[in-house]
Each structure stands twice: as C-alpha cells, then as structure tokens.
Design a protein around this ligand. Structure first.
Ligand SMILES: Cc1cc2nc3c(=O)[nH]c(=O)nc-3n(C[C@H](O)[C@H](O)[C@H](O)COP(=O)(O)OP(=O)(O)OC[C@H]3O[C@@H](n4cnc5c(N)ncnc54)[C@H](O)[C@@H]3O)c2cc1C
Length: 449
C-alpha cells in the first residue's frame, strides 16, 4: 500500500487531502514565496494520530512539514512538492487554566487570540502578542519563538513556556508538561523544539505561563530628534517612569509614508523619529515624566492618547499596512545591539540608495528589544538580481555584529545567510542536534540549516 493510502486507512478518508482538495493556504505562508502544493495534507485530531503519521513517514523516508496558521514570514511552512504536510488545525483547544499555578495548558493548533481571551476571562494575562494573533497558532508561535510587542517587558515566546509536548521524527511522543517555574532536573528539553521551526520535532501541546493583568495602559506618541535621544528616552522611561510595556520606533520615512496614506496627522511639524511608548504608569506620573523630557529637550513633542480609538490610530501607523502596497516590497527583520541601530540604518540606507537611487527604504521596529524592520521597494526591470538587496542588508549587518533574524525565523529565505550570524562551531552543533533527533532528515528538510 502506498503512503497516502496507508494514511487514509489509519486516519480515515476525511483526514487526508490531496490533489485539488489541497487549498492555497497550504502552499505558501505570508511570505508568499511558496509555489508547489505538497503530496498531501493530513489533519490529525489527536496527538496519537500525529505520532502515527510520523511513524509511517519515517518508515517511508518521506519528508514532513508541520503547518500552523501559515502566517510565517520566512517560508518555514512552505512545501516544495514532495512532502506530507501535517496541519495542526484540529489539535485545538485549551485543556486547562490553573489559576493557582497561573498556567494554561493548550493544544498546538489553538489560535493565539483564543488563548489571550481565555486568559483574560480567567483574570490573568498571556504576554505573547503579535499582529497575526487571529490566525497564528500556539504551535507556530513556539516553533518560531515569536516576539511581538510585549517582549520588552515579558520576553519572547520562549519565556512564556513552562512545559511542552512534542512528537519526534520517529513518532515518539516526548512530554515535558511541567507547570513549575523552577525545574533544573537535567537538560531543559523544551528549548530544543522552541525556535527550531519544525526541524527537530512537532509541537503538540504546551503549558504557558500567565501573568497578573497589566491594568490600564497609557499610550504616548513621542517626537524625537536623534536616534541617540530615542535610546536615552527608552532608558529614562524604564528607570524613572517604570512599567514600560512597549517601545516602538519609526524613522521619518516610514512614519510619513504610512501616516499620510492613512490620512492621519498628529503634530504640525515633521520630526526625524517617532516613538510609541506604552506604560502602566498612571496619568499624572506620565504627564510629569513627559513634561521633564520636553523641558530637557529629549522630547520635541508628545501626545497622550485620550481614548482607545486614538491609541489604535497611533498603532495603525506602526502596523503600517499601506507599506504593503509598494511595488516588489521586501521586508527584513534584523537585530543588533541597541546603541548601533541608528548608525546601521544610516549606512544600510545609503548603500541601498547608492545601488537603487529611486528606491523606498524605511525603518521601524521593536527598538526596545534591539529589533528593527527594514522595508525596501523599487521598480526593477528584467535581468536585475534582487538578491543584491539581501547581500547589502545582511552584508552591512555583519559588520555591526547583528543577527539576520530577530523574530521571524530562518525558514528558507534566510538559510543562505545563516553563516553571517552563526559561527562554524555553532552551525556544526546545530547539525549534530539535527542528526541526533532526525537521523533520516524527514522533518522540514531544507529549512533553517
Ligand atoms: C500581520 C503579521 C504580523 C506579524 N507580527 C509578528 C511579530 O510581531 N513578531 C513575530 O515574531 N512574528 C510576527 N509575524 C510572523 C508570524 O505570525 C509568526 O512567525 C508566527 O509565530 C507563526 O505562527 P503560525 O502558526 O502562523 O506558523 P506557520 O507559519 O504555520 O509556521 C511557521 C514555522 O513553524 C513550523 N510549525 C508550525 N506549527 C508547528 C508545530 N506545531 N510544531 C512544530 N513546528 C511547527 C512550520 O513548519 C514553520 O517552519 C507576523 C505575521 C503577520 C502576517
């Protein structure tokens, strides 16, 4: 019996899609770089079924790709034509919220937003938050070690995980569904699967750490003159104001492009940098902090959002959807030491403009987490090699000691550049782990390493 027939016999006809039944969403993630449908898409309902699929694929030597919400931006979930996709969408639901331990036990296919709402309803707070919250799944969030807008206060996805369950390439279920904050009994195996983009195992369940609710958050839009002042504002807000839960910077080109496309205007004057500062500090404390920063010349202007709607308007500029209408848009997600981001942006922008004088180059991002995103767009003719953009962005980055992936992962798109951010010794150890956990190389081949 061939593999697809065997999968149907074991899991039922409805669990296996092939041919025309495979929808477009299984072909490409949000990087829109995937082109080939997989051999089949299998939708298991239980963890035991995930194990059965892997056992069969392992025996057949057939590659397997885990797919979550397919909101990834690095091509990590994209098939190349000869794989079995395991779609986690039916491994869904919150199994338990333990208010005494402040934990949530959740299945991998549950959308992030569903988990956030359930935590809220229980009077607790799940600190992971991304723009893709409606579609991205917890399994995808953990396998990419997602970042988002609350990292500055709570850390990345990795920091929200206490326990994990994963299925290995040969179908073995490894369960470390720990609820304790402290557990130093040997290697902490969950970290093998967090951030490994489905190349070392398939995540099926997790125990997430919950926090007390943040309380009311004040949103402020700040105008700043220099990148050095952006960094000073960050450190001063953390030191004097406290309770900083978001610190996002936008360079002038980015802010002006998106604000004008959205027909939003906040101040009469233009400024080189714009910061969204969010804190749990109460109104008076925030007002006196901003007043002192204005007096000292650290701030040029500041607007405290007066309503949830005004805060949403400010965030809509940062989310920057109008940028997506630019032709041939390329988006980069890099990180580097916070003090060096300003100089990197100047050098990177100059290098890109020297090569394509009419291009759009703009910068924005989670600067408080040492993470900056770069938008590049240009009209180009046949024969032009757009890989030169990667070479310039990552080439300059290497000189600054930065990382080619801050939060989106490596997938296929950044794999050729991984050696710029990792030493030969680190790469050798990664290959060693891959060989140990997946000796037949069936898990998401061609991704990450
Ligand atoms: C509008 C928008 C905003 C975004 N904002 C952010 C942001 O602020 N920060 C950020 O970090 N990312 C962001 N992203 C990127 C994306 O949402 C994240 O990478 C997210 O974590 C991917 O989750 P997913 O379920 O969609 O995973 P998918 O795209 O389906 O998969 C991503 C990778 O994980 C693997 N995978 C999926 N599920 C599993 C599993 N159960 N077990 C093992 N491997 C698995 C896949 O094989 C693939 O390699 C954004 C994307 C969009 C479209």
């Amino acid at each position: 019996m061939n593999l697809i027939a065997e999968l149907r016999a074991r899991l039922g006809e409805a669990a296996v899609l092939d041919g025309k039944d495979i929808g477009g969403r299984h072909v490409s993630d949000m990087s829109t770089t995937g082109t080939a449908p997989p051999l089949a898409v299998v939708r298991p309902r239980t963890i035991e079924e995930v194990s059965t699929i892997l056992k069969l694929c392992h025996a057949a030597g057939t590659p397997v790709i885990a797919q979550g919400g397919m909101t990834g931006l690095a091509g990590g979930g994209n098939p190349s034509g000869n794989e079995i996709v395991i779609s986690l969408e039916l491994i869904r639901g919150i199994e338990e919220i333990d208010t005494a331990s402040a934990t949530m036990t959740v299945r991998a296919g549950t959308p992030l937003e569903e988990c956030q709402t359930a935590a809220d309803d229980a009077g607790l707070f799940l600190a992971l938050d991304l723009g893709s919250r409606g579609s991205a799944q917890i399994g995808g969030n953990l396998s990419t070690n997602a970042g988002g807008i609350r990292v500055i206060r709570y850390g990345m996805a990795r920091e929200q995980v206490l326990g994990l369950e994963a299925v290995l390439a040969d179908g073995t279920i490894v369960s470390t569904m720990n609820k304790m904050l402290k557990n130093n009994a040997g290697y902490d195996l969950k970290h093998l699967f967090i951030g490994s983009e489905g190349t070392l195992g398939i995540i099926t369940r997790a125990v997430l750490r919950l926090h007390p609710p943040t309380g009311e958050i004040t949103t402020v839009l700040c105008a700043v003159s220099t990148y050095e002042d952006v960094v000073k504002l960050l450190r001063r807000a953390q030191g004097e104001l406290g309770g900083v839960v978001a610190f996002e910077a936008m360079w002038r080109e980015y802010f002006e492009f998106t604000a004008s496309a959205l027909k939003l205007s906040f101040f009469a004057e233009a400024h080189p940098f714009w910061v969204i500062l969010e804190s749990t500090a109460k109104g008076d404390a925030m007002e006196s902090f901003l007043g002192e920063c204005l007096e000292d010349g650290l701030l040029q202007d500041a607007l405290i959002a007066q309503s949830h709607a005004q805060a949403r308007e400010i965030w809509s500029v940062r989310e920057g959807h109008p940028i997506e209408t630019l032709p041939n848009l390329l988006n980069f997600d890099v990180s580097l030491p916070i003090a060096r981001i300003g100089d990197y942006a100047v050098e990177c922008s100059a290098a890109l403009h020297a090569r394509w004088s009419a291009s759009h180059v703009s910068f924005y991002g989670h600067v408080g987490d040492s993470n900056v995103h770069i938008c590049f767009s240009v009209e180009y003719g046949p024969g032009e090699d757009m890989h030169d953009v990667d070479d310039i962005v990552y080439g300059v980055l290497k000189d600054y000691g930065g990382s080619i992936s801050a939060e989106h992962g490596v997938g296929t798109l950044k794999r050729p550049y991984l050696h710029l951010s990792r030493s030969p010794q680190e790469l050798a150890l990664m290959r060693c782990l891959k060989q140990a956990l997946d000796p037949r190389g069936i898990l998401n081949p061609g991704k990450v390493i």
